[in-house]
Structure formats: structure tokens, C-alpha cells
Design a protein around this ligand. Structure first.
Ligand code: DX5
Ligand code: ZN
Length: 217
């Protein structure tokens, strides 16, 4: 089943509750919540207090994408603040600490995800397969919304789909960056089932039409 996860990075933060209510009405499946620390990526976005407020405002599934250095330091706080799933980047720390971060999230009863930047090869996932509910492949360099989709990531999406089919078929495959009604078709064909879209949803006046266009691409 295809799931649509609008990224609130492109939403109007002064009206976040209303923005999220609108995507729920539009039939979106997850809310994608981008956290940036100005270290792991060259931008700063939102964090724990905003997640706490959003948790009170919606019952939607909140998919948190941590673009922060050494996420082990903060995963517990993001879980208590209301994340349903926490994505950590494999590049953000050593393997041992990333494994500990994932184990911590699991022990707190939340779903776990592991994320790859565009230049990171698919086999960097191997140490974490079996521990995670979702793999997230970046199709732009993380840090900013509204960038152009990187077509050279399509073979990697297909490769990861094959790896998951062999070793953990229940694991979801999410893509993030430059997904719109045109590129959605390509990532679905490559095997992704959770599609993050920021500007292609919140940049459009009719959110219902935007979500449907991506889902039906
Ligand atoms: C980028 C973020 C994305 C971003 C996607 O670092 O992780 O979630 O909001 O935005 P679009 O869909 O506009 O590329
Ligand atoms: Zn993201």
C-alpha cells in the first residue's frame, strides 16, 4: 500500500495545527517532521517543543526525520514528545551508537527507521536490517525543501527494495526529496511505498488534489 507523508517543512508554522488538519482531511497517511541541527545539515528547523505541541493537535502518525549529529543523545526526548517513528541517519554517528539509538527507540515502544544520504551506498544498511521498521532513502541532499529530485537514486531504491524483500519483507521503504506527481511514479516503480512530499503538497492551494495526484501517479 502506498502511503503519503507530507513534510511540514514547507507548511506555514504559524498555523501548523490547521495545516496538519488539512492534510489529514486530504487523506495523507503520515506527517513527516524534519529536525535539523545546523551541524549534520546546513540548516536549522524545528525540534522537541514543536513536536510536543503537534502531538496534542493531531492523532496522525508522526514520522520524525532526525537530521542531527549523534542522535542517541536525543531519541528518548523525541519519543516522549510524541514521535510514532524515529528515523536516524547512518552517517550521523558510529555503527555502535546508531544501533544503540535504534534499540533505545524500540525499547520505548516506537517504530524505528534508518536513513541514507544520496552518496551513501545501499549496503550501509546491512548492520541495521532486522532492527528497523522502515528504511528512508534521501533523493536530495538533506537540509532544504524544494530541491530537484535526484534521478540517480532510482537504482539504489530498487536495490534496497530487493534487499528488503529478501531479508525483511515487512519493512517499509520511504523516499524523501523532490517527490511530486511526476517523480512519484518513478519511485513507486522502483519499489518505494512511503512517499514524503513537502513543496508538492504544502506549496499547493488544494492539498486534497496534491495528495491524490501523488498517490495516483
Ligand atoms: C529535506 C527534508 C525533506 C523536505 C522535502 O532535507 O528531509 O523532508 O522537506 O521537501 P520537498 O518535498 O519539497 O523536496
Ligand atoms: Zn525529511
Amino acid at each position: 500500500m502506498i502511503k503519503i507523508a507530507p513534510s511540514i517543512l514547507s507548511a506555514d508554522f504559524a498555523h501548523l495545527g490547521d495545516e496538519v488538519a488539512e492534510i489529514k482531511k486530504a487523506g495523507a497517511d503520515y506527517v513527516h517532521f524534519d529536525v535539523m541541527d545546523g551541524q549534520f545539515v546546513p540548516n536549522i528547523s524545528i525540534g522537541i517543543p514543536v513536536l510536543k505541541s503537534l502531538r496534542k493537535a493531531t492523532d496522525m502518525f508522526i514520522d520524525v526525520h532526525l537530521m542531527i549529529d549523534r542522535p542517541l543523545r536525543y531519541v528518548e526526548q523525541f519519543c516522549s514528545a510524541g514521535a510514532d517513528l524515529l528515523n536516524v541517519h547512518v552517517e550521523a554517528d558510529c555503527e555502535e551508537n546508531i544501533r544503540s539509538a535504534i534499540e533505545k527507540v524500540r525499547s520505548l515502544g516506537k517504530k524505528t527507521g534508518v536513513t541514507l544520504k544520496p552518496k551513501t551506498p545501499a549496503d550501509a544498511l546491512i548492520p541495521y536490517l532486522g532492527m528497523v521498521d522502515l528504511v528512508l532513502i534521501m533523493t536530495v541532499e538533506p537540509g532544504f525543501g524544494g530541491q530537484r529530485f535526484m534521478h540517480d537514486q532510482l537504482p539504489k531504491i530498487a536495490e534496497v527494495r530487493r534487499m528488503l524483500d529478501l531479508s525483511c519483507p515487512g519493512c517499509e521503504l520511504e523516499v524523501d526529496g523532490g517527490v511530486d506527481a511526476v517523480t512519484a511514479k518513478l519511485v513507486k516503480e522502483a519499489g518505494a511505498n512511503v512517499l514524503v512530499a513537502g513543496s508538492a503538497v504544502f506549496g499547493k492551494a488544494d492539498r486534497q488534489a496534491a495528495v491524490s495526484a501523488i498517490r495516483n501517479a
